[in-house]
Ligand binder design. Structure first.
Ligand SMILES: NC(=O)c1ccc[n+]([C@@H]2O[C@H](COP(=O)([O-])OP(=O)(O)OC[C@H]3O[C@@H](n4cnc5c(N)ncnc54)[C@H](O)[C@@H]3O)[C@@H](O)[C@H]2O)c1
Length: 362
């Protein structure tokens, strides 16, 4: 079923909650965007989304959003193999963290989602500090450590600002499938002997990750997720394993698990998972931005630990799959109760972005 054929009110596949903390997806509005790519800076956000080398498939006709993409501080954002295809906009050299803070304040942003390339530690930390200074909640989709960085997490707590991270866990991706299967085997008392998780893809994320100097934090993050699932992942091969350009935004994961059951009877499984990478992140972000805003409405500050095990690969406090889901659903229930309380004062502004996109398609 396509969006055009969907009748109003039908739940969208992959959207777990119509409302989180009182917010529908249609309440999410883009107010500011930062980029380093010379092809994207200066364009309306809707236009920038379509610019090469982005490989994302266009599922929707997005109308102009009225948000012009600004030059951000480039720092270590574009490096390695990315630098072969992306030119940094000249204005980036003059932009400071203070400019980012001022722009976020000016736009009255509530939440910033950080989708910088893996390995861009300095840039990620700069945006995080700018958000803490502006009082804007920070969602760290990258494996660069922010929630796990004691100094940065303390900064968000001091400033009274929510922080979510680290390293977005795709909605139904390799990590989630792998950890769910491990939990299934272990719940039946099987002993996991060995496993691997190999991933290939053809978008700029994989191009960037094909540089060993840029992929170390992603591999560490994947191992952290497997450790939280209850295995010794210190030597498990789990990571980005190659850039295959023709795959575009498709991502393919091959995983194998070998285990022993009663009487040492062997059990082995191999799974091939193929997903479209960008929508797989969008489904999690649909949860994360509303959680971040709801946390701010509730006066919660610093790392919002109860949701991070479900939404991220490297939460500060890791949990097996089912416990992470249950902690997340508990937060959503509390957020719903808070939003229905008479003193609730969230929902500052609402512009029905997705609703208007839907009308365009229909
Ligand atoms: N399914 C997913 O998309 C997914 C899931 C989990 C985690 N992540 C993580 O999210 C991060 C981004 O992934 P992606 O697929 O969106 O990558 P991407 O290559 O599509 O996007 C990164 C963007 O950041 C821009 N950029 C680089 N430096 C910048 C700077 N200093 N300031 C502003 N913009 C800058 C690049 O020009 C590019 O447009 C990666 O760390 C990735 O591992 C993505």
């Amino acid at each position: 079923m396509t969006l055009a054929h969907r009748s109003a009110g039908t739940p969208l596949p992959g959207v777990m909650h119509e409302r989180i903390g009182g917010y529908a997806l249609a309440d999410v509005t883009f107010v500011q965007a930062f980029e380093a790519d010379a092809n994207k800076v200066g364009r309306d956000l809707a236009d920038a989304l379509r610019q090469a080398p982005t490989a994302a498939v266009h599922h929707l006709e997005v109308p102009p959003l009225g948000v012009v993409v600004q030059a951000g501080p480039a720092l270590d954002g574009i490096a390695g193999r990315l630098a072969e295809t992306v030119s940094v906009h000249p204005d980036c050299a003059d932009v400071t963290a203070e400019d980012v803070t001022a722009a976020l304040r000016g736009a009255r942003a509530d939440v910033l989602v950080c989708f910088l390339p893996t390995g861009a530690t300095e840039a990620v930390h700069t945006y995080a500090r700018a958000c803490a200074a502006a009082g804007v909640a920070f969602v760290n989709a990258t494996p660069e450590l922010v929630a796990n960085n004691p100094e940065l997490s303390a900064l968000f707590a001091e400033r009274g600002v929510p922080l979510l991270g680290d390293d977005l866990r795709s909605h139904l991706g390799a990590t989630t499938l792998h950890t769910a299967l491990l939990e299934l085997l272990m719940s039946r008392g099987l002993r996991v002997k060995d496993t691997y998780q190999l991933n290939v893809g053809g978008n700029t994320d994989f191009l960037n990750l094909s540089d060993p100097a840029r992929s170390a934090s992603k591999q560490a993050s994947k191992r952290r997720a497997l450790t939280s699932a209850g295995i010794d992942a210190s030597e498990v091969a789990a990571g980005p394993n190659g850039y295959v350009k023709y795959l575009g935004d498709r991502k393919v994961c091959f995983l194998r698990i070998e285990a022993e059951s009663i009487l040492d009877a062997p059990v082995a499984m191999e799974v091939r998972l193929e997903v479209e990478d960008s929508p797989n992140a969008a489904a999690v972000i649909a949860n994360a931005v509303r959680v971040a805003k709801s946390a701010a409405d509730q006066g919660l500050t610093g790392v919002i630990d109860p949701v991070c095990a479900f939404l991220f690969k490297s939460p500060r406090v890791g949990l097996p799959e089912s416990e992470g889901l249950s902690a997340f659903q508990g937060f959503v229930s509390r957020a719903a109760a808070a939003a229905s309380a008479p003193e609730w004062h969230g929902h500052r502004e609402a512009r029905p972005l997705l609703a208007s996109a839907r009308q365009e398609v229909a």
